[in-house]
Design a protein around this ligand. Structure first.
Ligand code: GLN
Length: 273
């Protein structure tokens, strides 16, 4: 297995920033082992059928398919989520919205909305931490909602409600303490998009300047917040100023931006006065 891992690491190198880790995850997945278990068995020889299947996984990774699509799952917050090409692979930086949301919520009973939930990552992480909260998540894509609902069932979080529609459209007339969203914010033609081609384009880019969905959300979501309720938005590293401007124009208070682990402005939030 040691040689198989070295070979795979070298092949994956051009397609990934973490070739060794990717190779280990894919080999462990093929063998039905944890990565920890894999390390205790590195001296063993791979069976031919496993070697062939591993080669196929490596070839797909070289073609820039996300590791999470190849294994069918991704860790987010404390949860393991199922993912498929119908949903964006949850990113570690999005945990920033979960962390910030939990600070705002305290322990009281509250109503939370997640707009454009994809795999359900943010909604399910918040629900797992706040058993008393009522959580409603929307997505325009029925295929994404099927993944999110399956995740809710797997995690015993069936109380999270899922509704189909754009952003806050399916929530008209309701009132929330917290609204969170990680909308598509990459601008059309951005140089990073080709490498992300296996993920749903509609979850990555608005096909315009990258701010279109953020504008739409800021134009419609604050009306659903109770006075004192918060709106938290993920955005691109260079969009902090623009998002703060949108929230100012919408009359929101306490506008603040937080940075991700890479030091980039990544989330901006504000309170309904
Ligand atoms: N953070 C993601 C990326 O750059 C983009 C996610 C999004 O557009 N919401 O890969």
């Amino acid at each position: 297995m040691t040689e198989a891992l070295a070979w795979a690491t070298q092949r994956i190198d051009a397609a990934s920033d973490s070739p060794r880790q990717d190779a280990e995850i894919l080999l462990a997945h093929q063998l039905g082992l944890s990565r920890g278990q894999l390390f205790t068995r590195l001296r063993e020889t791979l069976r031919l059928s496993d070697a062939e299947a591993f080669e196929e996984l490596v070839a797909r990774r070289v073609n820039q398919q996300p590791v999470a699509y190849l294994t069918g799952e991704k860790g987010f917050w404390t949860l393991t989520l199922k993912v498929s090409p119908a949903v964006l692979v949850p990113r570690p930086e999005t945990e920033l919205l979960v962390e910030w949301g939990l600070e705002i919520l305290g322990e009281q009973k509250s109503r939370i909305a997640d707009l454009g939930t994809g795999s359900g990552a943010i909604a399910l992480a918040l629900a797992s931490e706040r058993p008393e909260a009522e959580v409603i998540a929307t997505d325009a894509s029925p295929a994404a909602l099927a993944v999110a609902r399956a995740n809710a069932a797997d995690l015993g979080l069936e109380r999270v409600q899922f509704r189909q529609g754009h952003w806050s459209e399916p929530l008209q007339g309701e009132v929330f303490d917290l609204i969170v969203s990680n909308p598509p914010y990459i601008r059309a033609g951005d140089e990073h998009l080709p490498a992300l081609r296996h993920e749903p384009l509609s979850a990555l880019t608005d096909g315009a300047d990258g701010l279109q969905c953020l504008r739409e959300i800021v134009a419609t979501a604050p009306a659903l917040l109770r006075p004192g309720g918060w709106l938290l938005l993920e955005h691109g590293y260079d969009q902090g100023e623009a998002v703060r401007g949108l929230l100012r124009q919408a009359g929101m208070a306490d506008i603040a931006t937080r940075r991700d682990l890479g030091g980039q402005e990544r989330a901006t939030g504000a309170r309904q006065p």
